[in-house]
Design a binder for this molecule. Structure first.
Ligand code: PMV
Length: 321
């Protein structure tokens, strides 16, 4: 039997970094997915293949989580972590296909983890409960990378717009932003842990200055949630909130010349708002460009990579043949 599942990547719209200090964050599922297919194998070993990522490997799954220690870091670890929770260790033929870049802050690891868990549960005819799946996927992320907020796995599981509130509670929301979002990414990915640490240090050095900055980002995120819940979205207002959030991210010290170049190019060519998305220090930007999508894509692709990354209502999906 073959079992195939997929899950979307994510982009943070508002609240990165401030969320580390107890403020809310708002993220959405991107219409770029990770697909994982699992097939029981008649061989002794398990195999994994990804044409998109250009790798192939074989290993003994019955060694469970132990093999994680011997694996190179990377996306395979998340598959193995998920299988250690959702599968019995018998040999599998695993196939992974990715529509999103890995390591660009698009939550590729969470998408792969959620898709693998769902495919494994389906293979074993287990009932898939969405909130339990999100919880298990977060456990896998903690197991593999040590620290992780539950935001990425919640978005990959639920799809749509996801709000992480002041108490780290997750809620799902509707949003109406059609075909107007772009993700631009530099070839250099900032290290999330190091970026979080540098913001923490700046806050320690300048508490009276940085605390209000962090609080302001929280206020932006709260306003954005209200705004996005309305049928008749005030697009200019939303764009301006993104630009203000960007100024505050800059004051936290997570901007780079490359990110700034993309952010200002996007605005120059018609984006209503553009900002860093994720940890910064390299990595990605998000631009909101109603009616100007092609123009902004084109200008960003001249110097960096950029994709149209729209909202996906769909979270995790099982693909029946
Ligand atoms: O760049 P990403 O996708 O790893 O996002 C990091 C977001 C931070 O707020 C900077 C850290 C976090 O754990 O929330």
């Amino acid at each position: 039997m073959e079992s195939k599942a997929s899950a979307p990547g994510k982009a943070i719209l508002f609240g990165e970094h401030a969320v580390v200090f107890g403020q809310p964050a708002l993220a959405f599922a991107v219409d770029k997915r990770a697909y994982v297919s699992l097939k029981k194998s008649s061989g002794k070993k398990s195999t994994i293949k990804s044409t998109d990522l250009n790798f192939e490997a074989s290993f003994d799954l019955s060694r469970g989580i132990d093999i994680l220690k011997n694996q190179k870091k990377g996306i395979v670890n998340y598959i193995l972590g998920a299988l250690s929770l959702g599968h019995d260790g018998s040999p599998l033929e695993i196939e992974l296909s990715m529509e999103m870049p890995v390591g660009a802050g698009m939550g590729s690891s969470a998408a792969v983890t959620v898709a693998t868990l769902a495919a494994a549960y389906n293979l074993h005819h287990k009932n898939i409960d969405i909130s339990n799946l999100a919880k298990k996927a977060h456990e896998v992320e903690l197991m593999v990378q040590g620290a992780a907020s539950p935001l990425d796995t919640a978005v990959s599981t639920n799809g749509g717009l996801v709000y992480l509130d002041e108490n780290s509670e997750i809620s799902s929301h509707q949003a109406y932003l059609d075909n107007s979002l772009i993700l631009g990414y530099t070839s250099y990915r900032g290290n999330t842990g190091e970026m979080v640490d540098s913001v923490r240090k700046r806050r320690e050095r300048f508490p009276q200055i940085m605390d209000p900055v962090i609080e302001s980002v929280g206020n932006i995120t709260r306003q954005a949630l209200k705004l996005l819940s309305q049928d008749n979205l005030d697009k200019e207002y939303l764009g301006e909130l993104m630009n203000i959030n960007q100024g505050l991210l800059d004051s936290m010290g997570v901007n780079t010349p490359e990110l700034s170049r993309m952010i200002f190019n996007a605005r120059k060519y018609g984006a209503l708002g553009s900002k860093i998305t994720g940890a910064g220090g390299g990595g990605s930007i998000i631009a909101f460009c109603p009616g100007k999508l092609e123009k902004v894509l084109h200008i960003l692709q001249k110097t960096d990579s950029a994709i149209n990354a729209d909202f996906s209502k769909e979270g995790v999906l099982i693909h029946h043949k």
